[in-house]
Design a protein around this ligand. Structure first.
Ligand SMILES: [Mg+2]
Ligand SMILES: [Zn+2]
Length: 185
């Protein structure tokens, strides 16, 4: 496998940054979770690129616009860069459930686009999320699935019904350390 094909796919809200039931609507509301950006840097250092796959129905609901979403991601990228990390791409679904699109997770459209863009093998590409729909989207395409207990993660674990083989981690940093350690076993 070439280093260019090494990729980790992350959900955004509740995995990289603090989540809110009221949506993350402004760059000010985008606040990283402790250790998440350092975890991204660790993965980068091991040769992994990072793609984000995120439902952002706040756009479809008119809560914020594309320029504001871009501004949030400028903040995210700067914050990651400040600790030596890099996020290569953000794939997002701007639709609401009523739109019945193919990209809103648990539909696998965002992850399908990532497979095509990065030419990756799902079987060796971890998908990390805090919600069942993140994991369902990954499992539908044969990705190994990882639940973090930040964001909605504890509720997700308690509700059960995780895709078979889902591994559970306290947070993104714990995922990164466990995942990287597993590669040298
Ligand atoms: Mg989430
Ligand atoms: Zn969509």
């Amino acid at each position: 496998m070439t280093s260019g094909k090494k990729l980790v796919i992350l959900d955004r809200d509740g995995v990289i940054n603090v989540d809110s039931d009221a949506f993350i609507k402004t760059p000010d509301e985008w606040v990283p979770l402790p250790g998440s950006l350092e975890a991204i840097a660790r993965l980068n250092q091991a040769g992994y690129r990072i793609a984000v796959a995120s439902n952002q129905s706040g756009i479809g609901r008119g809560l914020f616009d594309m320029a504001t979403l871009n501004a949030m991601h400028v903040k995210m990228n700067r914050a990651a860069a400040a600790v030596g990390g890099r996020i290569d791409a953000v794939f997002f679904c701007p639709h609401t459930a009523e739109d019945q699109c193919e990209c809103r997770k648990p539909k696998p459209g965002l992850l399908q686009s990532i497979i095509e863009r990065f030419e990756i093998d799902p079987a060796s590409t971890p998908v990390v999320g805090d919600a069942l729909r993140d994991l369902q989207a990954g499992a539908a395409l044969g990705f190994p699935t990882h639940l973090v207990l930040t964001g909605k993660g504890k509720k997700t674990l308690a509700a059960g019904g995780l895709p078979e083989g889902t591994k559970v981690h306290d947070d993104l940093k714990a995922f990164a350390l466990t995942f990287l350690a597993s590669l040298s076993e």
